[in-house]
Design a protein around this ligand. Structure first.
Ligand SMILES: NC(=O)c1ccc[n+]([C@@H]2O[C@H](COP(=O)([O-])OP(=O)(O)OC[C@H]3O[C@@H](n4cnc5c(N)ncnc54)[C@H](OP(=O)(O)O)[C@@H]3O)[C@@H](O)[C@H]2O)c1
Length: 270
């Protein structure tokens, strides 16, 4: 697995998101999440993103990681308004993850960021948080995100980036690169719809030499071929897909003509 810079951290190029997929509560479903985490350990997918917005996700990540917290880097978010509520939600994330240290703590969708950033900065100063960040899922928020980035207060941003959502390419990614700010890519598979929505089978033959054998792998490799990206975080509810997605972390950067081939196949097949 290739590792990349994310502020002061080195993270695997392929991590895992947990929106919807880790919002489970039955014993059987939690057993499957443990199997997913086993697969993560075996494949080097050791960066996991969560949020209080994702229902049971933080709790299930904490349960699935019991006894192996040190093998992972954990990212989560604060997603509420008000200082007191923020403090309570942040404290709850540490409890649910069953940890005293959270590697990346982000303000989810910029919600009440003026209140939460100072709290996260204090935790960073105390050594309880590694990197402070901000996220948003719509391009209309990029201008405000970039204003915050320019203050030098955040070490990471999380934005969508895939063949359907390329708004970050023009200004956000260049600024992140210029300022040494890490980039976490959310929705790398367009919430799965870029795979499940295929109308034709894409031609993957030209990609085989790079170890790319499935369309999901092609989509992830397209993103990771942009060197400004630190980590992609596809979510999955199936352990075998961790292995499939992780393999892209060994492909290296694709030459421009193969990246263009993937773009054209997406246009033809989706
Ligand atoms: N505002 C924010 O901060 C924000 C917003 C959105 C997302 N995020 C973060 O970004 C993460 C990723 O985004 P996302 O979960 O919305 O979407 P995504 O990762 O683009 O897509 C997830 C879907 O892709 C499917 N999938 C995964 N690997 C696959 C493969 N190899 N082949 C076929 N299908 C595959 C999964 O289905 P199966 O379960 O069937 O495998 C799942 O339904 C989230 O989980 C969350 O951590 C943050």
């Amino acid at each position: 697995m290739e590792h990349r810079n994310l502020a002061c951290l080195k993270v695997p190029a392929v991590g895992m998101g947990t929106s919807r997929t880790f919002d489970v509560s039955s014993d059987t479903a939690i057993r499957v999440r443990r199997a997913i985490v086993n697969s993560c350990v075996a494949s080097g997918v050791t960066f996991i993103d969560s949020s209080p917005m994702y229902g049971e996700s933080e709790k299930v990540v904490g349960l699935a990681l019991q006894g192996r917290r040190d093998k992972f880097q954990l990212a989560t978010k604060v997603w509420c308004t008000g200082r007191e509520q923020g403090a309570a939600q942040i404290a709850r994330s540490f409890d649910l993850f069953q940890t005293g240290h959270i590697d990346v703590f982000q303000v989810h969708n910029l919600v009440d960021w003026r209140t939460h950033l100072p709290a996260l900065e204090s935790l960073k100063d105390e050594g309880r948080v590694g990197v402070v960040g901000i996220t948003h899922y719509v391009a209309a928020a990029y201008s405000e995100m970039m204003d915050i980035m320019r203050t030098g207060r955040v070490g990471v941003v999380q934005v969508p980036y895939n063949l359907w959502e390329r708004d970050c390419e023009s200004k956000m990614l260049p600024l992140a690169e210029e300022m040494g700010i890490g980039v976490i890519v959310m929705r790398p598979l367009g919430r799965g719809e870029m795979v499940s929505g295929l109308k034709h089978q894409p031609d993957l033959a030209p990609l085989a030499g790079h170890g790319i054998h499935t369309w999901a792998q092609a989509l992830l490799a397209w993103i990771l071929s942009d060197h400004r990206v630190s980590v992609v975080i596809p979510a999955t509810s199936r352990p075998e897909r961790i292995v499939e997605n992780a393999a892209v972390g060994q492909c290296g950067s694709l030459p421009q003509e193969l990246r263009e081939h993937i773009r054209k196949e997406a246009e033809r097949c989706l």
